[in-house]
Design a protein around this ligand. Sequence first.
Ligand code: C2E
Ligand code: CA
Ligand code: CA
Ligand code: CA
Length: 277
Amino acid sequence: IKGQYGKHFAVYDENLRNQLLREQAITDSMEAALAEEQFLVYLQPKYTAEGGCLAGAEALVRWNHPQWGFLSPAEFIPLFEKNGFITKLDQFVWERSCAILKRWIDQGYPQVPVSVNVSRADIYQADLCDILVGFIEKYQLSPSLLHLEITESAYTENQEQIIDTVNNLRQRGFIIEMDDFGTGYSSLNMLNEMPLDVLKLDMKFIRNETAKPADEGVLRFIMGLARWMDLKVVAEGVETKEQLERLNELGCDYVQGYYLAKPMPAIEFENLLKSGQ
Ligand code: C2E
Ligand code: CA
Ligand code: CA
Ligand code: CA
């Protein structure tokens, strides 16, 4: 028995050790990766649920590592949120997104907004608003073209500070989207106080494996609430025709997901813009 325990611990140690080594390797290479432009901004199209018109994009970062290939954000984003590098990386993604928007204007392409992710760590940066306004001015954009996605769970800590910051951003003309909405953190009371333009429904409501029968009622309730609060609703993670039809029937405004289009390089997205798809 003793020997078996020893073995289990050995396996556990080995896994933990490998994970720590991997994290260390990522941490050691992140600064150079940013300088060497290994981080890429991909765009995932967003469409109107009703007519299927191209209505925007979400900017999603990708790491193309020379040895490891494409790394999943699920692996490096949580680590960067822990070690603080996320603020640097996000600023890179915001600036690239502004440069992309400017390029569309210069090329005479149709104008659609780009939504960028704002990590909870970014919100505590005292100069967040100045940084974003700085990019908007540098690339001569209307702030309404840059949508800011803030995850629902970020709103629970230091609520007053968050409300303050988000109010500020909104007054400057940025559009605020609450990401991962419905993951169980916000109360109705909080939602009422929150400066907000768009609700982005969490994927769990849409995916067949995780959607519960009760979710149908919850979804209808959220749609009614959104209409009453004058918020737009985006559904992400749409993977099938059936899901799309159901969301449309429920009155969802915008849809995003693999059924419609996967995240793609900005160049590919431009082809969609040009052809109006
Ligand atoms: P998120 O903000 O909720 O982004 C949506 C994720 O769902 C993306 O994963 C997207 O590729 C994926 N997705 C889109 N359509 C579908 C679908 O139909 N089915 C499924 N199963 N997934 C779909 P991705 O790009 O791997 O990003 C994962 C998370 O990493 C994001 O979740 C976001 O929290 C974070 N992230 C990604 N890029 C950035 C960034 O530039 N900054 C920050 N702070 N976080 C980022
Ligand atoms: Ca997002
Ligand atoms: Ca989300
Ligand atoms: Ca998320």
